[in-house]
Design a binder for this molecule. Structure first.
Ligand SMILES: NC(=O)c1ccc[n+]([C@@H]2O[C@H](COP(=O)([O-])OP(=O)(O)OC[C@H]3O[C@@H](n4cnc5c(N)ncnc54)[C@H](OP(=O)(O)O)[C@@H]3O)[C@@H](O)[C@H]2O)c1
Length: 291
């Protein structure tokens, strides 16, 4: 039995689909408020709980052999990115789980002080490495599925809101490729006890993204690029009423202020180990939204 957390998220949903296509038994950890109908229809066992509750994690882990942690956190990195994953790893040990796949983030090891999600991911990576479990840690850059709403908006208006420095580099990864890599990590020998940066085949500048959309939808992009100072102002104002939200926005600011891309050799290595050809952002968006 595979346990998938974040099963209704961009990555988790695709992982459940893939596992079910391969006729594997899957337990999908969802919340009562999650949109899990599709997962149920595909034959996943639905476990309703909250990852903030250790007792829910303990119950969900009963009898599983494989765990894939893909859940996100919103602004509560301490409870979800950190505590919930530590509890999942502890339970994995107790249950004698055969392999644990953890979705981390590219740059988790760069020591960003002001980014709670990055700090939590790095702490969990270290805990997993030291756990004695078989593991694979995947550090994706930006996910292509997150750009679908922006691409839809662009199709209608031609407007693209470009946050951060337009010249900063990124390697947007196809969320379908990432899901396949996560699932194949259980069986590919070269993936055991490894950490992989995961990106798409191209190193893009942020300003390339509206150009790609322009090509796909055949319209001239109107790019709006607010300076980071605007975000800093909003963040400080929010901090007066909600210090927790201010901290959460630190992760967002870190994402905007830095470059997140994989080198060519990292991509070649990934393609070799997982025996796949990574998909470009353009191909991903065309597949989902093209005519
Ligand atoms: N997005 C990116 O560009 C990116 C880049 C690098 C790494 N990552 C990492 O990749 C992973 C997945 O990202 P994503 O964008 O696919 O996530 P997502 O679409 O935002 O999904 C988050 C998932 O976590 C679940 N979740 C949140 N709080 C929960 C709770 N208290 N109890 C149970 N489930 C809860 C959500 O359930 P509901 O459906 O109920 O909300 C949802 O299924 C995350 O670990 C993220 O840090 C993301």
């Amino acid at each position: 039995m595979y346990l998938v957390t974040g099963a209704t998220g961009g990555i988790g949903r695709r992982i459940v689909r893939l596992l079910r296509e391969r006729e594997q038994p899957v337990r999908a950890f969802v919340r009562l408020t999650s949109r899990y109908g599709e997962l149920e229809q595909r034959g996943a066992e639905i476990f309703i709980g909250d990852l903030r509750e250790d007792k829910d994690i303990q119950k969900a882990c009963k009898g599983v052999q494989y765990i894939i942690s893909t859940h996100g956190s919103g602004i509560d990195a301490q409870a979800l990115d950190y505590r919930a994953n530590i509890e999942l790893i502890d339970q994995a040990k107790e249950q004698g789980v055969q392999h644990f796949v953890f979705i981390s983030v590219l740059g988790a090891d760069r020591g960003y002080e002001d980014a709670p999600v990055f700090k939590a991911k790095r702490a969990v990576e270290k805990y997993l490495e030291a756990s004695g479990l078989n593991y694979t840690i995947l550090r994706p850059s930006g996910l292509a599925s997150n750009l679908i709403p922006l691409a839809e908006q662009f199709r209608q208006t031609g407007i693209y809101l470009l946050n951060g420095d337009p010249k900063n580099r990124t390697s947007i990864v196809s969320t379908d490729d990432l899901a396949q890599i996560a699932v194949d990590s259980f069986t590919i020998e070269g993936a055991r006890n490894q950490i992989f940066p995961v990106g798409g085949p191209d190193i893009l500048k942020r300003e390339d993204i509206p150009r790609i959309f322009g090509r796909i939808f055949n319209r001239e992009p109107i790019v709006i690029n607010p300076p980071l100072l605007v975000l800093d102002g909003i963040r400080n104002a929010i901090g007066f009423v909600n210090p927790q939200a201010r901290k959460g926005l630190g992760t967002f600011r870190t994402l905007l202020a830095n470059e997140f891309f994989c080198t060519k050799s990292e991509i070649t290595n990934l393609e070799l180990i997982y025996n796949l050809k990574l998909e470009s952002l353009e191909s991903f968006v065309r597949r989902y939204l093209g005519d």
